[in-house]
Design a protein around this ligand. Structure first.
Ligand SMILES: *[C@@H]1O[C@H](CO)[C@@H](O)[C@H](O)[C@H]1NC(C)=O
Ligand SMILES: *[C@@H]1O[C@H](CO)[C@@H](O)[C@H](O)[C@H]1NC(C)=O
Ligand SMILES: *[C@@H]1O[C@H](CO)[C@@H](O)[C@H](O)[C@H]1NC(C)=O
Ligand SMILES: *[C@@H]1O[C@H](CO)[C@@H](O)[C@H](O)[C@H]1NC(C)=O
Length: 225
């Protein structure tokens, strides 16, 4: 019995459904429905549009961010690789008024000082009084000196305990490589002129030459001042 009732119910509802969809009395229903329906639809549409816009906006900003990040990264890469590629030429650049000689920058000071004060002046500039490696370097330096008897202190003096010419880096002068003209004795320091390396009293007032070595560590000092 119950089964039958259910069946009948189902049948009925199907029938009524069919009826309503085909019935001519639809307009009344449709007229009431659509105005509410349209509003819901509009609302839904607006919601979907907003959602779509949000999605588009989000993906655009994600893409933009990614691009920005990758650009920053590549510019960093470029900077790093530029660092590497221009390291050598950058190292060979001396500051204005400094003269490049091999792997050094030289500064010719135009004041006049005792040897010890010249030494102190170069140190204060985080440089060193000039050291000369060999005859070739001496020739290059002398090419930069005007003729006319101007002489410049270099980082070489006579030290008493050893009774020898000693560079300020602690090495002794090799007389096979470079020779000093003049008296080798107490309180003597060495200067360089257009034509020779000269022994002088350390208390003479002379110009002097500071050097900066173009090594990675020294480079910063070199390019700053
Ligand atoms: C590039 O140079 C900067 C400073 O000039 C330094 O801090 C950095 O370590 C260098 N990078 C490379 C890869 O040499
Ligand atoms: C250099 O020596 C002179 C004396 O000859 C002295 O008066 C002066 O203070 C010294 N300078 C330095 C920086 O040691
Ligand atoms: C000191 O300088 C001289 C002259 O440039 C050089 O021949 C010598 O090798 C240097 N010594 C050291 C320990 O750097
Ligand atoms: C020679 O130079 C050394 C530093 O290299 C210094 O200690 C010494 O006082 C100098 N001698 C003279 C006479 O200036």
């Amino acid at each position: 019995m119950e089964r039958q009732v259910i069946y009948a119910d189902l049948n009925l509802s199907r029938d009524s459904g069919l009826e309503s969809s085909t019935s001519p009395s639809l307009p009344q229903n449709v007229c009431q429905g659509p105005s509410w329906h349209r509003f819901a639809l509009k609302l839904g549409c607006a919601g979907i549009t907003l959602l779509a816009l949000a999605v588009v906006w989000l993906s655009v900003s994600v893409i933009f961010l990614r691009q920005k990040l990758s650009i920053e990264k590549t510019s960093l890469d470029v900077q790093e690789s530029r660092n590497e590629t221009t390291e050598r030429p950058a190292l060979l650049t001396c500051p204005t008024n400094w003269h490049p000689i091999r792997d050094k920058c030289l500064f010719f000071n135009n004041a006049y000082k005792h040897w010890n004060d010249s030494l102190a002046d170069c140190s204060a500039k985080e440089t060193s009084l000039l050291l000369i490696q060999d005859k070739e370097e001496l020739r290059l330096i002398q090419n930069l000196i005007d003729s006319g008897g101007i002489i410049f202190w270099i980082g070489l003096n006579f030290t008493l305990p050893e009774k020898n010419w000693k560079w300020i880096n602690g090495s002794f002068l090799s007389s096979k490589i470079l020779q000093v003209t003049g008296f080798a004795g107490e309180n003597n320091c060495v200067s360089v002129s257009k034509t020779q390396m000269l022994s002088e009293s350390c208390d003479s007032d002379n110009k002097w030459i500071c050097q900066k070595e173009l090594k990675p560590v020294r480079n910063k000092v070199c390019s700053v001042s």
